[in-house]
Structures are given as C-alpha cells and as structure tokens.
Design a protein around this ligand. Structure first.
Ligand code: SF4
Length: 697
C-alpha cells in the first residue's frame, strides 16, 4: 500500500489527508500527521473520502443525448459537437450569448483554464461559480471596507484568540476541524460567543449564545457597536491610525438604545451589554462567519456591519484577531482567486479596467471582452429571456443547489445547448445535451486554496476511470478545436506557472515551494516570498479602512396569513452540499434520514404535529414533502430543512430575491406554510419533467 499526500475535497478547511492506494485503487484515507491545519485529525466526512470517488459510480465516457436518451460517444465526436454548438450560439446571440459555470470543487488549474476559456476563446466575461451563492457578499463587503475579500488571519490564530465571535456559522457541522479548534481554545480559557437564530451545537457549548431573530443581523451588530461607542469602549488609537473618519457611522448609530436593539433582535439587554464589553475589551478577538449572514438580500450590509464592529474595536491586523469568512467548499476561495467571477481576472484584477484588459490581451494573445459579464443567476435569467443560448457547467449541480429550482430547470431547458463536465450523472447532468466524464481530485495533480488563503498541493494517486480527463485538459482540447492555441499545457504545473505569471498575488509560488511548506498563503510575491498568514498588519489595501453606515433590511418575504412560518436552510455534519459525494458513503448515509423538516416541539404541540409525521411544506415557489423532526434547536415559528437531499429538494421553496450588490439570493429566509399529509401517506417528491427533462440514461 502507498500513501499519497493530498487535501480533503469537502469543505474549505483544507485538512491534510493521505490517500491509501492499493492495486491502483484508493482504498481508504488517513489524516496527514503534522499537517498545520488538521493536526493529524479528520472529521467524519474526511474519513469517508474514498467512497466519494469510488470508480463504480463514475462516468467513464462522453455521452451525447439523442431523442431524449444518452448514448456513448467518442471524445472527438463530443468535443466537435460542443465546439459547433457554441459557435452556433454565438452566431445567433453574440459573444455574450454563451457562458461558463466553473467549479469550487475543481482545482485552481481547472478554474484558471475555465475562465481563460471563457475570456480568450469565447470572448465573454460570462463566467461564475457557486461562490455567488455562498460568500459573494463577503467578497463585496470586505472589498468596500478593507479592499480585500478573504480571511484576514489564519486558522492557527484561533489558538491565540482570547475571544471567538461566531456569527451565522454552524462551525462544528460545516467546518468541523475549525469548530474543534474553537472548542479547544474555549477549553484553554478563551470566551466563545455564538450569534445564531438556531441552537447549533457550537451555540449550546458557547459561553454566550445570542439567539437573534432570523434576519436581524444588522440591527444586532449596529446595536452592539452603539453600546461600544456610547461607553467609549472603541479603540480610539486604532481608529485614528488605521481608519477613515468614522463620524458618519457615529451619527448613523446615535440614538439607538440597547432596548431598541433588544426589541429588534429578541436578545436581552444584559446579553447585549455583556457581549459588547467582552468583545471591545478582549486583547484578541477572532471573528468568523458563514452563510448564516451572507445568504440574505442584505448579505453585503451584514458583512460590512461585522467589519465595522471589528474595526471599531481594533480587532484586526494582529495575531489572534481578524475578520474571517469561513468559505464553504474545498476550493471556493481558489475559484474566486483564479478569476472565475464575471468582474475580475486571476488575482482580483478588475475586468473593466482598460489596463488589465490590455495586459491579458497581450498575455493570452486574444482580445478581451470590454465589459463585466453575467453572474450565474444572471445567466439563468438570460437563458429564460433567450439571450443566453449555450452554457458549460463544470462540476456543479445548480438544479439541486440553486434557489427556486423549477426556474433553474426551466432556464436550462430553454438553452439551445448545455454541456456538463461531471464525475457522475447528477440532476443537472441529466439535463445536458453532452456530458463529459471528468477526473476526480485523486486522479490529477493540482492545487486547492483553503479558506485561510493557503494554496496546497494535491497529487495524482490513481488513474481516472474509463476515458475521464482533467477539466484543464478538456478545455485545452476544446480551445484548440475552436481555433485558440494558447491552452495547450502539458501538465497541471504548467497551468499553475502561467497563472502565477499573470496574477501578482501568486507570483512567488511554485509547486516546489508549495511542496516544501504544506502550502503558502497568498499574497506570496517578492515582498512576501514565504506567503502572508496575517493580512493588514500595517495597512489595508484601501490604505485606511472604511467603517460604512448600514441599516437593517428585513428579509424580502416575511410570514403572513397565507404563509405563516419563517423558513431557513441548514446543513448536517454528515453530509456535504448536495450530497452527491457524501451520500455514496454507507457510513455517512446511515447517520441521517433524508427528507426532514425541523420544527420546535412547542409549535408541534400547539398545532397538533408529531415527531416523524409526514408533511407538505409550501412557499410561493413550490412545495416539498418531508417528515417532521422535532427539536428545540429551532426557535418557535420557524421551520428548517437541510439541503443535501434530492428526495426532499428544499430549494424548491427558497427565494431568489437578491442582494443588490453581490447578487446573492436570499436562501436563508422565506415564508412557508405547512400541512399534514393524509394518514398513512409517505412523503414523495417527484422530480417532474419541468424540473429534470430527459432524465433517462
Ligand atoms: Fe474535510 Fe472539512 Fe472535515 Fe477537514 S473539516 S476533514 S476539510 S470535511
């Protein structure tokens, strides 16, 4: 048996794993001893990695759909069909009549190739990925306050923190090894404060849990900040030295009383005062958040309010502090860094800046698109309007994961042509005209970037099943067929080196340097050849940080007579995202029944519901059948569903009302109704033709 060092492919923590390889197959996984992030441990998902890439479940050859049925095809035939369909779509609808959705699970090299294909081959900035629906408000909000949208500190800073403030993140479930590290910090004496409408596992263990009303984040954060200002607890020296004038923010908050904040959020005044005092007086407060504050139409404002609080107290730029978004997928940070966003090139170089366009036109030998492109949800809408005619989706499953699933499915049906690169025949792949078999992370070399900006190497451990190939190889071949020769790389390392040459924040990185050091944090350049675990110690990218006044905005849809319950979504520890990988593990699958909707037991008693009763939950957009699970994790008046299970697709219910800045849909709050199913009826959610067309293989 060989053990090949690699990185866990599930969440953004980026734990070090060893792939146990025997007779050309990955037969197991073990923790990498001494890995700086995971410290020789893994969570249940990490231990189950080998099930996720079991070749028995995999696509092995290209598939072309004819008369509603897939048939096997050669690579030549499939690539020729894709090239001709994309050309035809652009003849009909122009350069921006096509788009690319890249993948937060794929490597940096694959993502670099995807955005280069969109820009240099297709001539469009219509390129995006699922960061749109997880942390785009973090990127947008921190860009406004600091000038950089990533974690300011490292995971290891948790060990140095005296106070840990978690808002809107279910850390033990979704970033388990960070959650464990926070609990170890608490055990050595750090204070743990959790702000969440649900009693998450971390909230139950916290020193203080502020169980705020769903969606009242800005009201709470503004209220805490006003208590700090009113008592003179702000860090005046830090504000004077490092920040722009905060007079507008002081004026904006003046007059907010703790009682008003308490009424707006449901938090007792005494708890507000205690948290404001603890946070502002802590020698080192580490602030972290997740999608519990970003997936709102006020997502960008929520992030700005977090940033305001940390800046006002000087809790940034030092070890043990920081403003730290916990990125979700294993390489969602990297997909953003590589420029798989419609407004930036690799390394966050602005797509609408003429100098940047000229730089990439010269580097890539092709004219660059003049204006920023469409977001993923913008592409969905453009498809419905007939303005987007062909789409490439690399390793994502928006039919299951995006809000308002019926609309997503209708938009994919409205396309002239859809090609999907995938490991298995997902719900989205079933809707494609062509499906290409992709190599998994154990079958290729490359890099992932974890949530703390650490770029780490993964290594090919086994061959890909059948004729499956790396995304960057597929895209290079397709580019050549479409007349562009600038993507003929012969290795993942060659892709990485090209990326590092055009993106200054990676300019001092190489595979050799990454191998030698368990990875490097960007920016890594001539000034920081060892990388940058801590950002903003001396100054911010903006020069001085900005504290920007923001106001509370209620969710777009609040309970009313017709839909009287507040609804939110969440995740379980044992599954990951849409479940396409973790649900292959019988060990993980046995832990959680599919198709649950959570309700407070007091609500159940009042309305006559019982544990495990079959119910139908409906919103203005659709309905889902599921079984009730009674738990006081939820406050009264709220229902919640995990989004891992295709049998109970909760995103039929969710709202696509958007944050105007980041275009983040409001996945975390909408209004629903609930009714019991007839006695003896079992929940059943038919994936009907309007959602998944041509689902036969
Ligand atoms: Fe993998 Fe995340 Fe678990 Fe680490 S915490 S083992 S990266 S799923």
């Amino acid at each position: 048996m060989q053990v090949i060092p690699s990185i866990c492919t599930f969440c953004g923590v980026g734990c070090g794993i060893g792939l146990r390889v025997e007779h050309g197959r990955v037969v197991g996984v073990e923790p990498q001893p001494g890995h700086p992030v995971s410290q020789g441990q893994l969570c249940a998902k990490g231990w189950s990695t080998s099930f996720a890439i079991d070749p028995a479940n995999r696509l092995r050859e290209p598939l072309i759909k004819e008369h509603g049925q897939f048939r096997p095809a050669t690579w030549d035939e499939a690539l020729e069909r894709i090239a001709s369909e994309f050309r035809a779509a652009q003849e009909t609808a122009g350069a921006d009549g096509v788009g690319v959705i890249s993948c937060a699970r794929a490597t940096n090299e694959d993502n670099y190739a995807a955005q280069k294909f969109a820009r240099a081959v297709l001539g469009t900035n219509n390129v995006d990925h699922c960061a749109r629906i997880c942390h785009s408000p973090s990127v947008a909000g921190l860009a406004r306050t600091l000038g950089s949208g990533a974690m300011t500190n490292s995971i290891a800073d948790i060990d140095l923190a005296e106070l840990i403030l978690v808002i809107g993140a279910d850390v033990t479930e979704n970033h388990a090894m960070i959650g464990a590290r926070m609990l170890r910090a608490q055990a050595r004496g750090a204070k743990l404060v959790v702000i969440d409408p649900r009693k998450t596992r971390l909230a139950r263990l916290a020193d203080i849990h502020l169980q705020l009303r769903l969606g009242s984040n800005v009201a709470l954060l503004n209220g805490l900040l006003q208590i700090i200002f009113a008592n003179g607890w702000e860090n005046a020296a830090f504000l004077a030295e490092r920040c722009e004038d905060i007079t507008p923010l002081r004026r904006h908050l003046a007059g907010i009383t703790p009682e008003q904040t308490s009424a707006a959020t449901g938090i007792p005044v005494a708890d507000l005062l205690r948290v404001a005092e603890l946070f502002s007086h802590s020698p080192a407060a580490f602030t972290a958040w997740g999608m519990g504050i970003t997936q709102f139409q006020s997502g960008t404002n929520n992030v700005i309010a977090v940033s305001n609080l940390a800046l006002a107290c000087g809790q940034v730029g030092r070890p043990g502090t920081g403003i730290n978004p916990l990125r979700g997928q294993n390489n969602v940070q990297g997909a953003c860094d590589m420029g798989c966003l419609p407004n930036v090139y690799p390394g966050y170089q602005q797509a609408d800046a003429p100098a940047v366009q000229a730089k990439f036109a010269q580097a890539w030998g092709a004219p660059m698109p003049a204006r920023p492109g469409l977001t993923s949800l913008g592409m969905t809408r453009a498809a419905l309007d007939g303005n987007l005619r062909a789409l490439m989706i690399i390793g994502e499953d928006p039919v299951v994961t995006d809000p308002d699933q019926r609309q997503v499915a209708r938009s994919l049906q409205a396309l002239d042509f859809l090609v999907v690169f995938e490991l298995t025949l997902t719900e989205t792949a079933k809707m494609a005209d062509v499906v290409l078999p992709a190599a998994s992370f154990v079958e290729k070399d490359g890099t992932f970037t974890n949530c703390e900006r650490r770029v780490q190497r993964i290594r090919k451990a086994v061959g890909a099943p059948g004729t499956a190939r790396c995304d960057w190889q597929i895209l290079g071949d397709l580019a050549a067929r479409m007349g562009y020769a600038g993507m003929d790389w012969d290795s993942a390392e060659a892709v990485f080196d090209e990326m590092a040459a055009v993106a200054p924040i990676f300019s001092a990185m190489s595979y050799a340097e990454l191998d030698a050091r368990h990875g490097l944090h960007w920016p890594c350049d001539a000034e920081h050849p060892q990388g940058s675990p801590l950002l903003h110690a001396q100054s911010f990218p903006l020069g001085r940080a900005r504290l920007i006044p923001v106001s509370q905005v209620e969710p777009a849809e609040c309970p009313d007579a017709e839909y009287p319950w507040l609804f939110t979504t969440h995740r379980f520890h044992f599954h990951y995202n849409c479940g396409s990988m973790t649900r292959k593990s019988p060990l993980l699958e046995r832990e959680t029944p599919a198709g649950l909707v959570l309700m407070n037991p007091l609500d159940a008693a009042e309305h006559g519901y019982a544990d495990l009763q079959a119910v139908r939950v409906s919103s203005r957009r659709g309905a889902v059948e599921a079984r009730l699970q009674l738990t006081d994790d939820l406050p009264r008046g709220m229902l919640a569903m995990p989004y891992h299970f295709r049998e109970a697709p909760c995103n039929r219910l969710t709202n696509d009302a958007m944050d105007p800045v980041s275009k983040m849909p409001e996945l975390k709050a909408c209004a629903v109704a609930i009714e019991p199913l007839p006695a003896g009826a079992a929940p059943h959610n038919r994936i009907d033709a309007s959602e998944v067309a041509h689902a036969s293989l």
